[in-house]
Design a binder for this molecule. Sequence first.
Ligand code: GDP
Ligand code: MN
Length: 418
Amino acid sequence: MAKFLEFQGKEFFKKAGIPVPEGFAVKSPEEAIDAAQKIGKPVVVKAQVHAGGRGKAGGVKLATTPEEAGKIAAEILGMEIKGLIVKQVLVEEQLDIVQEFYAGLIINSAQEVRGPVLMFSPDGGVDIESVPEDRIATLNVDVIKGLRIHDTLNMAVSMGVKGKELRQIADVVLKLYNVFRKMDCRTLEINPLVLTADGKVIAADCRMAVDDQALFRHPELGIKIGREFLKEPTDLDLIGWSFEASDFRGTSYIAEMASPEEVSKGGYVGYHGIGGGAAMLGMDALNKVGLKVADYADTSGNPTASKVYRTIKLIMSQPGIEAYFLAGFMMANQEQWHHAHGIVKALREELPKRPGFPVVLLLCGNKEKESQEILKQGLADIDARIEIYDRERVYDAKFIGGRVKALVEEYRRDTAAA
Ligand code: GDP
Ligand code: MN
């Protein structure tokens, strides 16, 4: 899911006519002081990280003066919340809160529902999971009929909302659904939706995540990699993603794990796992013998030979790697001859450029015998240190790691002598 920070989500609210406090996202205490001055009122300083519960973690604090806002920003910037470092804070007009509500939408993919579920509660400001069921109104939205203002009015009334805020709340909840629909969200949440002392209803928080599968409809979001990707993509990462963007058959996941400068210092392996669990086992095996991975790559879900081929070409393009290691530790339920063909083609192109290069291939799963034959025949005449293993060696991570290490050492001796 493509997640958005609170201040990014609030921009979508603004465009849709959902009231939000005046505010500015900033990256330094000085900018926080400026922002508070511009707002000209007491402010709240809020950590911008992809995590809820920032309030409890000390990431949401009130400031009366711009100087105080600067001081608080200095405290919050660099703070760690749920393992995430705070790099930005939102400086926002403080609200005089009378009541906190909850309004949210998720996609429920269960058979009976398979669509958006709207939730509303008068007990906002806390985790919605901790609110008793009878204090939450829910509605499975019929996407064909859509949502109407009487639906959201009924929901609010059923939870005891009345008076001047009723119409405003129903209006915000309806607009929330419109944003959810338009932006192809998986999650969109206002917690708390606030009633202020002067009778206004304002979205004080926003949690938003867009469905990765719908990102092609939203080029305006500028998201470069439409999958869970927890770092700023490098050139290698972007090339890796291009294989996926144009071909949905099976999966290739590639992430650069060390910069080329770091890799050039030595001890790095071009790494290729099949399946997440196998990939972990393989990385562990390498680390235990003092080697590191230059990249993390995983081809699974029955990818085509062409996808496997492109993945290996990209792995091998990393300058300074001292081996290529295919860690197919698990009995993957996919016809492995597609892998075998992709591997042979890529290595036949890459290995002649580097005589004696260490290659350890562990491949098992469906059509294993045939796949092993393809590898052995296809690579028989290549001048490299190639070792090929099958299910006899599954889970023997220590042995396999030891083989990669031994070949790397031989290769280093050779290259040093030459
Ligand atoms: P979360 O803890 O990550 O969900 O962050 P929120 O943005 O929801 O903030 C947590 C809590 O801080 C809210 O439930 C409010 O009680 C409080 N809070 C946030 N903004 C304001 C504000 O402008 N004024 C006041 N008085 N409280 C605020
Ligand atoms: Mn919140």
